[in-house]
Design a binder for this molecule. Structure first.
Ligand SMILES: Cc1cc2nc3c(=O)[nH]c(=O)nc-3n(C[C@H](O)[C@H](O)[C@H](O)COP(=O)(O)O)c2cc1C
Length: 170
């Protein structure tokens, strides 16, 4: 007999570990402040949402110092990291004001900074921010994008970064 799922006392550390069983890629989301300063952060909550219109989503922590910058921006960028961009992943996951200093970027048409040599890059128009608990779900319409076929992505699984060689199952 199937056990009913009962409400539980949430151990947030344990729940984070359970969520971490879902292996993901890693991306840097980026935008500009009203003064034109580039800001960005590492995320693994990226998801494709819709083909028509083309749309993607990611989740933004309410406590982020860049919450207002992302929620109010008209555009944001998404750069999907390659296996050799671990240092960028760690840099953009650490709070500091000058995360982009010395980082090779290609500005999108809207001016959002996109990471050079990313596996894929998306320039998005911000459509909606949906509040959900301690995060907001940001949805963007993909205005432009580019991607590379020959590459190995950076992966995040059970709390650790991986640069595993992929073995396609046929
Ligand atoms: C692999 C990885 C994935 C992350 N995913 C997210 C995410 O999806 N959303 C989020 O708000 N923070 C995420 N973080 C945490 C942010 O990168 C981190 O809090 C960063 O300092 C945020 O930038 P800020 O301090 O400028 O807000 C992730 C961190 C790592 C290392």
């Amino acid at each position: 007999m199937t056990q009913a799922l009962l409400p539980i006392e949430i151990d947030s550390r344990d729940l984070r570990q359970a969520f971490g069983c879902f292996a993901t890629g890693v991306a840097i989301v980026s935008t500009q402040t009203p003064e034109g300063r580039p800001v960005g952060m590492t995320v693994n909550s990226l998801a494709s949402v819709s083909m028509s219109p083309p749309a993607l989503s990611w989740c933004l922590r309410n406590e982020s110092p860049n919450y207002d910058n992302f929620v109010r921006a008209r555009y944001f960028g998404v750069s999907v990291l390659a296996h050799d961009q671990e240092a960028l992943c760690r840099r953009f996951a650490t709070p500091r004001d000058d995360k982009f200093a010395g980082v090779a970027v290609t500005p999108g048409e809207s001016g959002v900074p996109l990471i050079t040599s990313a596996v894929a890059a998306f320039e998005c128009e911000h459509l909606e921010a949906i509040a959900c608990g301690d995060h907001a779900i940001l949805i963007g319409r993909v205005a432009r994008y580019a991607w590379r076929r020959q590459c190995t992505p950076l992966l995040f699984f059970q709390g650790a970064l991986h640069a595993a060689e992929l073995r396609p199952l046929r």
